[in-house]
Design a protein around this ligand. Structure first.
Ligand code: ARG
Length: 380
């Protein structure tokens, strides 16, 4: 822990950095952190793929524009041995400078998306192609679709200055406030937000939580709450998070199982943003995000779903979901437990396939889970 606290002070001022290789104090922290990770029983992808030879090859490197080091990429995983992934890109160049560790992790998360693979161009298609998953509302409580974008020419959280945060917030909220019809709404900055209002928004799953230790250890919560906020439409079905994990998260939500409608609303919002803002993209990796788990088309579609029969055995549910490339989480999402038998189930794949294909895979998988639940319940 001390080492990480020290790392935070050492890594504070990116704008003042100008070195061509990692300085001694960073190397010492890296060596000590690596040693502890190697001795731990961590199941993270970082531990799995960061061999000694890759570590030695990368430990002195820095990214060309921001001088980000290997420590900036992996300090969250070094601090949190219970990480699933354990690595973030402090700036867009990190994916290239530290490709020897990012590539195997990307391939592991995104089912074999390797060096020779190239993420396809966007294809949104039409939400109307996907019929309601559960018209009688027996299983699907709610549906949510989100995607992430980074603004070109800005680094990611750990390298942003306080002024960058303010500028990003200003640029993004200005565009959002021009939205009309279903998408028109208000921008609520986190700074100065009433605590009760904030709590309500979090409890209703509209707003991001505070104090994520994985992000904090990655140096991604500096100057909090400056520059962070949420845009919401009147119906509370369309939201945009500003400067949480990514510069932009576009979110669309529905009661019930109308995945196609939620998807269509998100795409319209995203395209309206793209009209005025330029996003960071890589020829091979697709849209660039802070966490490698979100690269590619960046889409995470999820349902809150009641599966009382097939959900009795979590391991079996996970196995069945896995067959359809779906992931099972607890009710409040990542790192949470299921409450009242309600699971959060989402697509796993977002690299190497288009947005439309990702939604198609999700639609097919959730339909299959509902069918399995029906079969199981009619047996009893
Ligand atoms: N860094 C965390 C971990 O490794 C989160 C990884 C994926 N989730 C995310 N929100 N990016 O467990």
């Amino acid at each position: 822990m001390n080492a990480i606290r020290l790392a935070r002070t050492v890594t504070k001022c990116y704008s003042m950095r100008s070195y061509s290789m990692a300085p001694c104090e960073i190397l010492e922290l890296l060596e000590a952190g690596y040693q502890r990770l190697a001795e731990s029983d961590s199941q993270s992808l970082l531990k799995k793929h960061l061999t000694k030879s890759i570590f030695d090859k990368l430990k002195t490197k820095v990214t060309p524009s921001y001088c980000s080091t290997l420590l900036d990429c992996i300090q969250s995983g070094l601090c949190n041995h219970d990480s699933a992934v354990g690595i973030y890109a402090p700036d867009p160049e990190a994916y290239k400078t530290f490709a020897d560790i990012f590539d195997p992790i990307i391939s592991d998360i995104h089912k074999g998306f390797g060096k020779a693979n190239k993420h396809p161009a966007s294809c949104y298609g039409y939400g109307a192609d996907f019929p309601n998953l559960d018209p009688e509302q027996k299983y699907v409580v709610s549906t949510r679709v989100r995607c992430a974008r980074s603004i070109q020419d800005f680094p990611f959280n750990p390298c942003l200055s306080e002024e960058d945060y303010r500028n990003l917030e200003c640029m993004i909220s200005k565009v959002l406030l021009t939205f009309c019809h279903e998408h028109s709404g208000k921008y609520l900055p986190l700074k100065g937000m009433d605590k009760e209002v904030q709590k309500k928004l979090i409890d209703n799953h509209y707003l991001f939580k505070e104090g994520d230790r994985f992000l904090q250890a990655a140096n991604a919560s500096r100057f909090w709450p400056t520059g962070r906020g949420i845009f919401m439409n009147r119906d509370r079905t369309f939201m945009v998070w500003v400067n949480e994990e990514d510069h932009i998260r576009v979110i669309s939500m529905e009661r019930g199982g109308d995945l196609g409608r939620a998807y269509e609303r998100m795409i319209i919002g995203l395209e309206s943003l793209a009209f005025s803002l330029k996003f960071s993209c890589d020829k091979r990796l697709g849209n660039l995000t802070f966490c490698p788990s979100n690269l590619g088309n960046t889409i995470r579609a999820s349902v809150h779903i009641r599966l009382p029969h097939i959900g009795k055995d979590k391991a079996k549910l996970e196995e069945l979901a896995g067959k359809h490339n779906l992931q099972v989480r607890g009710t409040s999402g990542e790192h949470s437990e299921a409450k009242d038998g309600v699971y959060d189930i989402s697509n796993k794949r977002r690299m190497g396939l288009t947005e439309y294909q990702t939604i198609g895979e999700m639609h097919k998988g959730i339909s299959a889970l509902i069918e399995a639940e029906c079969r199981e319940s009619s047996k009893k």
